[in-house]
Write a protein that binds this ligand. Sequence first.
Ligand code: NAD
Length: 478
Amino acid sequence: MPVFDYAPAPESRDIVALRPGYGLFVDGAFTEPADGGTFKTVNPATEEVLAEVAEAGPADVDRAVAAARRAFDGVWGRMRPAERAKYLFRVARVLQERAREFAVLESLDNGKPIRESRDVDVPLAAAHFFYYAGWADKLRWAGFGGDPRPLGVAGQVIPWNFPLLMAAWKLAPALAAGNTCVLKPAETTPLSALLLAEVLQQVDLPPGVVNIVTGAGGTGRALVAHGGLDKVAFTGSTEVGKQIQRTLAGTRTKLTLELGGKAANIVFDDAPLDQAVEGIVNGIFFNQGHVCCAGSRLLVQESVAEPLLERLKQRLATLRLGDPLDKNTDIGAVNSAAQLERITELAASGDAEGAVRWQPECPLPDRGWWFPPTLFTGVSQSHRIAREEIFGPVLSVLTFRTPDEAVVKANNTPYGLSAGVWSEKGSRILWTAQRLRAGVVWANTFNRFDPASPFGGYKESGFGREGGRHGLEAYLDA
Ligand code: NAD
């Protein structure tokens, strides 16, 4: 198979005007943290420090929650729903207008390829605001009773893998339903949320409706434990989700959790193999595998395992790893040194437990944090790489003989976020999908997202749904 050399095609970073320092966004203005604490955010592809960002402590969180409460009791709470919608439409349009700036900033701060931030993260973030803007004055027809009310002030904590998109998933439905928000971005990727704060100023969103407190786990803990919130929405690891659930047990604060996953991507013997190969690649190597719903366990029917793996290896050898700002890049940098360490440790456990590692020839840049696309065969269900979320570009391959065995193996996990089924037969797809304990099941595709479609987990992948009409329920007193 010919593999072409591509000339570098880097996207210019000039469109992004990085400030040396960023404050907290509270009550419509950027402010200094009470105790002056800051942390650095770093470009994971180069280890260059991008900016110094304010670290919010309990006093700052308290100020942000108070601002959100004033806005809820005041201007936002009294505003006609159709007026609220106009702000969301404006945010969506400005995200489109400033799309390239957001895409470049996201790739700089997160390490993801510009192709993905440009074609997935930013357009989908805008689509969420458009979609929920349309609901703001139609809540009575959403199926949650004749007069659904907003809950009040929502505290929202998000992870680093889709920083802007997760902010959009949280803010758009909450605001459409009439709530006000305090958002806590992840500590390694705060910049796109802070640029979003500038957009909120640009569209004249009333002060206090959205507040953004940056910081690490301590800031998240202070927000969750504040006591003045009507609702907490968390996306992140199952471990932290459990801690949050313990903190809020017995309080009046409502909670939704979007947590980890270990999705099965099931390929039956009648599947179109070339198409399946593309879906497998998209399932686990999209966003360096930092995807909660990644297809990290490939379950392939034994009779087609050999040809499928051969084609998969050929395809992996063509993936380009490197500069996230290069438009030809398929695999960017791992988001942090800590995440690289976790991926490396779990991959090593695969070797130690007897699975067989395969990696294409893939030179890694000297600086930054990188992990090559990796495939493990000979994986058994008891191996850690089959049970634990790796959150990196590592695929564990298992085989099955009968559809029943595929379903049992797919469901043999504490998680239940997503799954994929590849088959030419519609009846087989439906038979399998009905038996999978997963919030989303993709058929002959993978990692497709649409704001109109609900997303969420079973079991330790969390509870509550984001997206679609269902996503409004979490923010309504219905
Ligand atoms: P994480 O749980 O460590 O952090 C997530 C967020 O929570 C960050 O903003 C962090 O600062 C904050 N946080 C950390 N400790 C906290 C605490 N004790 N109290 C309150 N907040 C706290 O997870 P991560 O490493 O940032 O993200 C990766 C995880 O997120 C993976 O497990 C992935 O599957 C999951 N994820 C899930 C979804 C989904 O929709 N289900 C989407 C994206 C990521």
